[in-house]
Design a protein around this ligand. Structure first.
Ligand SMILES: [Fe+2]
Length: 336
């Protein structure tokens, strides 16, 4: 028999509650599941199971259907109201299959018939735990997709306010993710990098139009105000718990690799890696994109700038990847 913890969860074994009023049945089932690698707690009644669920976390409940006091169906209803994602497996007596089927309507995840085939029991439990894990994963993926869409909409609104930089945030984000991929980042990290790159200039929301939209050079005072935007952005994002992980990237996206940037003058590896990537992607896009008051810099001039400023403004490794990418994109002989 394959131990549950080897197949389902890393670390601690899944925690189950077995509920049955019959001592022999609950102990036998409990022992079979313990041998299957689960951490089993026994409850003599539905009420006792609910008390356990109120105080500790469990992964699944296996309950008898017919019990004195609270029935398995009632327990199932109460659990689905209290913990809607917790799977409940009903154990039915012979001939109670129809009742068990009805129980699926009140929130049971599955059922097994008595006499319980002990060797099948861990398979039933594992099947339901896996289904639950899959549903949770899908829910998380859907939440992540919704968050990304909301962030993209906000970034687009920001870009539209500063109409000289239409879709700037989206392009910076695409380039940043491409550079992050070259650095070997995994999906989760690239997702956070994408969010950070989309929102890197969110703090400009707090910069007045006369400065943000000024076409000429900013004077010292105006530049001072403009340099507040990473701090303002970090402040806005730190209030949103799902985005707290990208605060440091937004705060430090104008730091220079040699320590001459702002707001903190951080140097080298002390600058968060996402901020170093956004620094490069942001500068490339700003330089090479046409603005109403000036054309974009030719690619070869921008390439030389990055080559000259690697190790000064920009992380040299990231710059190397950027130059590699530029050469692939603009070399007609390249197979990219
Ligand atoms: Fe910025």
């Amino acid at each position: 028999m394959m131990a549950a913890q080897e197949t389902l969860l890393e670390g601690d074994p899944p925690r189950l509650i077995v509920v049955d009023d019959d001592y022999i049945v609950r102990e036998t089932i409990g022992e079979a599941l313990r041998l299957g690698g689960y951490d089993v707690t026994i409850a003599e009644s539905g009420e006792e199971a609910l008390d356990l669920l109120r105080t500790e976390n469990y992964h699944l409940v296996l309950t008898d259907l017919v019990m004195p006091g609270m029935s398995g169906t009632e327990l199932c209803q109460q659990i689905s109201a209290m913990l809607p994602h917790l799977p409940v497996v009903l154990i039915t007596g012979h001939g109670n299959v129809d009742v068990a089927r009805e129980s699926l309507d009140v929130g049971a995840a599955d059922f097994v018939s008595k006499p319980v085939n002990l060797s099948d029991l861990p398979i039933v439990v594992e099947r339901n735990l896996k289904r639950q894990a899959l549903q949770s994963q899908r829910l998380m993926e859907r939440s992540a997709a919704v968050l990304l869409q909301a962030v993209q909409a906000l970034a687009q609104a920001l870009d539209e306010r500063d109409n000289s930089t239409a879709e700037h945030s989206q392009r910076v984000s695409d380039l940043a993710v491409s550079l992050g991929g070259k650095l070997g980042m995994g999906d989760e990290e690239l997702y956070a990098l994408r969010l950070a790159a989309l929102l890197h200039d969110v703090g400009k929301i707090g910069i007045r139009d006369s400065i943000l939209l000024k076409e000429g050079k900013l004077d010292d005072e105006e530049m001072g105000i403009m340099k507040e935007h990473p701090g303002k952005g970090a402040q806005i994002l730190s209030a949103i718990s799902d985005l707290s992980g990208i605060v440091s990237a937004v705060l430090h996206h104008h730091e220079n690799y040699d320590g001459t940037g702002y707001p903190n003058g951080l140097k080298g590896d002390a600058i968060p890696i996402h901020a170093r990537i956004i620094r490069v992607a942001d500068a490339w896009d700003a330089m090479t994109t046409d603005r109403p008051y000036r054309p974009g810099m030719p690619k070869e001039v921008a390439r030389k700038h990055f080559s000259d400023f690697a190790g000064r403004n920009y992380d040299p490794k990231i710059t190397e990847f950027l130059i590699e990418r530029i050469d692939q994109m603009y070399d007609p002989d390249s197979a990219s």
